[in-house]
Design a protein around this ligand. Structure first.
Ligand code: AMP
Length: 363
């Protein structure tokens, strides 16, 4: 019989070995949990801080069987896990959040239909299966608009902007002619995310909302507080709560939203759901009573959730590529909490670490 609620000493299996897996493994150690990483890369940053690691392709059932036999619960740090692997793991041990959530968030069309079906506003969108459907979608939604592949998109990959003069057949081909969606381009005032957790018992806790700035489609900074009115912030949290409840979600999730302003005032459009700990929640490591990594583990193990109270105003900055070379200057800076992911090669666009600047600690 598989226990629903675990205790310290249990072993948590984490699928994925990137920086999110690394920070989950570090949080697991603090709670007296062991961690076991499953990844397809032997130089992944989570490996050196986890108790155990299994390196094999994500669809290697024999390796998955060995991995799952050694853990009490399975979670994941990225959402593009093959459906077959998730189903197999779920047949052996609890997978939290559930594979149903994975299937939904792996496909932008299914995800958008789900969010819109809850009565939550999203950007106008249309299904695009071929170049003809793209022409019809552009006629309906207009330009500028964004063509996004339904699957395997992240950090702006699998997206192309349809401008006034863009050739539609070329745009569709540039994404590999894959099933896609067209989204209206939203002239947003700012982007925010609600990072929240839902426990095994249905308890729901959200952190303060972060305001996110992206550069070259990659998150550059998250600022807390986000500068939203209390009323708008409550509306944002309510959307995240409705999404989490509808999914019977267990764990941390991030809901990314656009804040738009029109004659009716400020509105929130949900852009996407990340069914995992999220880059815009990294500030919680230094800026909150309970970090998103600890909270995720508490949720998936069936422990009580911790307080999400923030200590004060702050800014989280990602260290991307060569930014890593600022480590010495950042260490010397008051109020700066530095996190490096142990990656050897600082390639352009690669997330090498982050720093949280605690404003109240700066002087
Ligand atoms: P996504 O992969 O959907 O998270 O998109 C990455 C980033 O592209 C977002 O954080 C926005 O900055 C931008 N973006 C995505 N969709 C839209 C949209 N419909 N309108 C305007 N900007 C968008």
């Amino acid at each position: 019989m598989v226990e629903q609620t675990l205790a310290p000493g249990a072993r948590v299996g984490i699928v994925g070995g990137g920086q999110l897996g690394r920070m989950l493994a570090l949080a697991a150690a603090r709670l007296g949990l062991s961690s076991h990483i499953f990844t397809d890369r032997d130089d992944d940053p989570a490996i050196e801080v986890a108790g155990r690691a299994c390196v094999a392709p994500y669809d290697d059932e024999r390796a998955l069987a060995r991995f799952v036999a050694e853990v009490d619960v399975v979670t994941y740090e990225f959402e593009n896990i093959p459906a077959g692997a998730a189903a197999f793991l779920d047949s052996q041990k609890p997978v939290r959040p559930s594979p149903r959530v994975l299937a939904l968030t792996q496909d932008r069309l299914i995800e958008k239909n789900f969010i819109a079906g809850l009565g939550i506003e999203v950007a106008p969108y249309a299904q695009v299966d071929d170049a003809g459907a793209l022409a019809r979608a552009v006629a309906q939604i207009g330009r500028p608009s964004i063509l996004k592949t339904r699957r395997f998109g992240y950090d702006g990959k699998g997206q192309t902007l349809i401008r006034l003069g863009s050739d539609l057949a070329t745009a569709f081909r540039s994404l590999g002619g894959q099933p896609s969606i067209l989204e209206g381009f939203i002239p947003f005032r700012c982007e925010v995310s609600v990072v929240a957790a839902r426990g095994l018992d249905g308890d729901f806790v959200a952190w303060d909302i972060g305001r996110n700035v992206h550069e070259h489609h990659i998150l550059a900074t998250t600022t807390v507080p986000a500068g939203l009115s209390a009323e708008l912030a409550a509306r944002a949290v309510d959307k995240a709560r409705r999404i989490a409840e509808a999914l019977d979600y267990v764990g941390v999730l991030a809901v990314e939203m656009f804040v738009v302003e029109d004659s009716a005032g400020l509105r929130l459009l949900v852009n996407e759901i990340a069914p995992r700990v999220h880059n815009s929640g990294h500030w919680t490591l230094d800026g909150s009573v309970t970090s998103q990594f600890e909270q995720h583990l508490r949720a998936v193990c069936g422990f009580p959730l911790g307080s999400a109270r923030a200590h004060g105003p702050l800014e989280m900055r990602n260290l991307i590529g060569d930014d890593i070379f600022r480590w010495r200057e950042l260490l010397a800076r008051k109020g700066a909490c530095l996190h490096l992911y142990g990656k050897s090669e600082p390639r352009p666009g690669r997330k090498m670490g982050h720093v949280t600047l605690l404003r109240d600690a700066e002087n």
